[in-house]
Design a protein around this ligand. Structure first.
Ligand code: HEM
Length: 483
């Protein structure tokens, strides 16, 4: 595909989109709170629904909404299907939510789909697993500084635990700057909701219904949304349901929130890259080591895409995100086909016609808004290479927002991340996320005259907890609290 055509493709016409009722949307959908450096996640179990609903009624007024950047602190709240049930949502209303959400993340089917096998199996999880206490509510707490966060957390946890809720876990995060623990810049490539007017290449402008219930998605349809009988909403808090005068829309301005606690074995990642790139005399080759690690990620440590700079890190390209793989690098000679970022968002390389506008359009049906934060102390490369560390010391509390868990998060995980035959590969799963299922433990670097194949890549990321939540709009929160 010619360069001029790609430019055309990046100017992809914006779909006319419905105006987003931002004041009813929890702000986490619209922003990642980058300036609020402290964050903690409070997981709660509902033990007594009546005081728990009163707790929620008091919390609603404090939930951070809209597009404005909050000052000081921010608070958001989400619920699992069991949580909604315990707060009084009936089974027939729950049946209107996505089946994946209702079923939960740990069913045998989902476990296979997500590659949660071996050490990553839900039976070994620290939270959300079948043996552990029920996780019903997630309160997401943010603050500008660690001190402010401590106060915010203490207040919220004492209010919750005095009101029919029991603390299951408090998940801390760590401010390690702009990167993640392997040492790469994170949070660069995000979709932008059409109609929000945010500056972005059109490759990343996606219909709002991919991330918010109640709006048209990439297929021009409003995603399926849970409803309640109009008679059950006597205070008329909820908007009318589309196409049914007798029901009201509980889902509008809400979305699903996927949370996974992913521990990272930084030492195993870098020791593997080191061992594979040693010189003939057995000494380490730091440049070659970084180059292989960058090939696994698909970006250099600074964030610069390999597609645009295959041979060296160029920090001035760190935030570059308007490029297609097919246009620049169809064969994968710059960024390997199986690299983490190329698998999780293949951009213009999807069938049926890679390089075409159809390919980009297909990809827009599989995007995620990522909102996760790292946890655990950072480790420097020297220590990571020498000291082996056991257990769950550091990692990423991965958080993704989407309206179709199956088509977005699960499809990416199953068909792209875990798939050993992704895009014609032979036995390679995602070099960051694969490795627990016994399949796909290779990594291929396409190059001339022959490709280079690395084998027995270690499992460096292990799921330690997780659940599917629903992040309701403000009116729905008020309804759930009993009006
Ligand atoms: C500990 C686990 C993970 C680590 C260390 C990690 C690391 C990274 C890094 C360094 C980037 C490049 C920076 C950026 O574009 O923002 C990235 C991008 C991305 N990751 Fe991950 N990631 C992890 C888990 C996941 C999971 C579980 C998924 C989804 C199933 C995922 C999906 C994505 C997506 C969609 C992108 C953006 C790709 C693009 O649009 O170019 N990641 N990740």
């Amino acid at each position: 595909m010619a360069r001029a055509d790609l430019r055309q493709l990046l100017r992809w016409p914006r779909r006319p989109s419905a105006r987003i009722d931002v004041d009813d949307v929890q702000a986490l959908v619209m922003q990642g709170y980058g300036r609020l450096r402290g964050a903690a996640y409070l997981l709660l179990e509902v033990t007594d629904p009546i005081p728990a609903r009163s707790w929620l009624a008091a919390l609603v007024g404090e939930v951070t909404l809209g597009e404005r950047r909050p000052v000081g602190t921010a608070t958001n709240v989400a619920f699992t299907a069991t949580g909604l049930g315990r707060l009084g949502v009936t089974d027939d209303v729950l049946a209107g939510f996505a089946p994946e959400y209702v079923e939960g993340m740990t069913s045998a089917h989902r476990t296979r789909l997500l590659g949660d096998a071996g050490a990553a199996a839900p039976s070994a999880w620290a939270w959300g697993g079948p043996q552990g206490p029920s996780v019903d509510v997630l309160v997401l707490l943010y603050a500008t500084t660690a001190e402010e966060l401590t106060g915010h957390v203490q207040e919220q946890r004492s209010r919750a635990t005095a009101s029919g809720l029991r603390e299951v876990a408090l998940l801390d995060t760590e401010d390690i700057g702009l990167g993640e623990h392997f040492g790469f810049r994170d949070g660069i490539s995000q979709p932008v909701l059409a109609g929000t007017g945010r500056p972005s290449g059109d490759l990343h402008v996606v219909a709002p219904g991919e991330f918010l219930l109640g709006y048209p998605n990439q297929h021009g349809q409003a995603p399926s949304s849970p409803t309640v009988a109009a008679d059950d909403d006597t205070a008329r808090l909820l908007p009318p349901a589309k196409d049914d005068r007798d029901r009201r829309d509980l889902g509008r301005n809400g979305t699903y929130l996927v949370m996974r606690t992913l521990s990272q074995d930084v030492g195993a990642f870098w020791r593997y890259a080191d061992a594979q790139t040693r010189r003939a005399d057995g000494s380490s080759d730091p440049a070659a080591r970084t180059s292989l690690a960058a090939r696994m990620v698909g970006r250099w440590p600074s964030g610069a895409p390999l597609t645009l700079s295959p041979d060296r890190d160029r920090p001035e390209l760190a935030e570059q995100n308007d490029f297609g793989y097919h246009e620049h690098d169809a064969e994968g000679f710059a960024c390997p086909i199986g690299a983490h970022v190329r698998r999780t968002h293949p951009r213009d390389s999807l069938p049926p016609r890679p390089g075409s506008d159809t390919s980009v359009e297909v990809g827009k049906g599989h995007r995620l808004l990522r909102r996760g934060r790292p946890y655990g102390p950072p480790v420097d490369l020297g220590d990571a290479l020498t000291a082996e560390e056991a257990g769950d010391v550091r990692g990423l509390h991965f958080i993704a927002l989407c309206t179709d868990i199956a088509r977005q998060f699960e499809f990416i995980s199953h068909t792209w991340v875990q798939n050993p035959h992704f895009a014609g590969l032979y036995d390679d799963s995602d070099p960051l996320l694969g490795g627990h299922t016994g399949e796909g433990s290779g990594f291929t670097v396409q190059q001339r005259p022959v490709r280079r194949r690395y084998v027995e890549t270690p499992a460096v990321v292990t799921t330690r907890g997780g659940a599917y939540f629903f992040l309701p709009g403000a009116r729905a929160l008020r309804y759930l609290s009993g009006g």
